[in-house]
Design a protein around this ligand. Structure first.
Ligand code: NAP
Length: 250
């Protein structure tokens, strides 16, 4: 079994996921990029290599169960374990937060395609892929699972008229992240007597395809919360929801 730590970051061919892979690589962890497009995954690895970081990529569509099994085989054969899983891949089928103001995104008008498609990618697929990879994370001395969520998944903030996100009514996306947070809490409970820590993070509002061009943060800044929770020590938190060191209400 490899002594170097290995991390699997899903949706890491671009955006926050790519920067997360880069930062973990700079810490001496071997990042494996999950990309649903093979070429774009290889291009991301080339960029990391140009930065002096050894990395690899695998084809991984989080909604494709065959890819879950192939990912298991890859990590089992090559490393015999998985130390860090960053469930970063995600979609917003309702546009970015600013464009959602102009469309209104009425909750009563959400289409079945949008609601099911968003929940499939951002929730169901995250649960099932984590289930498949969990036996390998159990083989790590200090397994870490980071679910990349959003403050938009916070029911506390959404029900508070003074909250900055009160009016961001992307019902499908917001619900998918609320559900992902529930997975964090329940998985952390199940794993409470193991060395594995499971947390949700909010990356901040980040300028990516998903975050839109009005976002104030760079993808590099956006990766910081994922990296912190992916590398917390053995006395660190589990079952929490964080932006940097701040606790976010559920
Ligand atoms: N940007 C923000 O302000 C913000 C705020 C809160 C939370 N987040 C969360 O942060 C995470 C990363 O988002 P981002 O802003 O970096 O977005 P992004 O630049 O749009 O990147 C999304 C990534 O997810 C991948 N992806 C989408 N569907 C996938 C699937 N079915 N299987 C595998 N990969 C898939 C994309 O791959 P392709 O290149 O193939 O499309 C891409 O690599 C998401 O979970 C998002 O919800 C972002």
């Amino acid at each position: 079994m490899s002594t170097q730590k290995v991390a699997f970051i899903t949706g890491a061919n671009r955006g926050i996921g790519f920067e997360t892979a880069k930062k973990l690589g700079k810490l001496g962890i071997f990042p494996v990029i999950g990309s649903r497009n093979e070429v774009s995954g290889k291009e991301a690895v080339d960029k990391l290599k140009a930065d002096g970081i050894e990395a690899d990529s695998i084809v991984f569509d989080v909604t494709n169960k065959a890819d879950h099994a192939k990912a298991y085989d890859y990590f089992e054969d090559k490393f015999g374990k998985l130390d860090i899983l960053v469930n970063n891949a995600g979609v917003s089928l309702e546009g970015d937060p600013v464009s959602s103001f102009s469309t209104g995104n009425p909750t009563t008008g959400v289409s079945e395609e949008t609601l099911r498609g968003t929940l499939e990618a951002n929730f169901f697929a995250q649960v099932f892929s984590t289930q498949v990879l969990l036996p390998l994370i159990r083989k790590s001395e200090a397994g870490r699972i980071v679910n990349v969520s959003s403050t938009l998944g916070s029911l506390n903030l959404h029900s508070d008229p003074t909250s900055q996100i009160y009016a961001i009514q992307m019902f499908a996306y917001n619900t998918s992240k609320t559900a992902l947070n529930a997975f964090t809490v329940h998985l952390a409970y199940e794993l409470r007597d193991t060395a594995i820590k499971v947390n949700s993070v909010h990356p901040g509002w980040v300028q990516t395809e998903l975050g839109g061009s009005s976002a104030p943060l760079s993808p590099e800044d956006g990766a910081e919360s994922s990296v912190r929770l992916a590398t917390i020590p053995s006395d660190g938190p589990t079952g929490g929801f964080f932006y940097l060191d701040d606790i976010i209400p559920w």
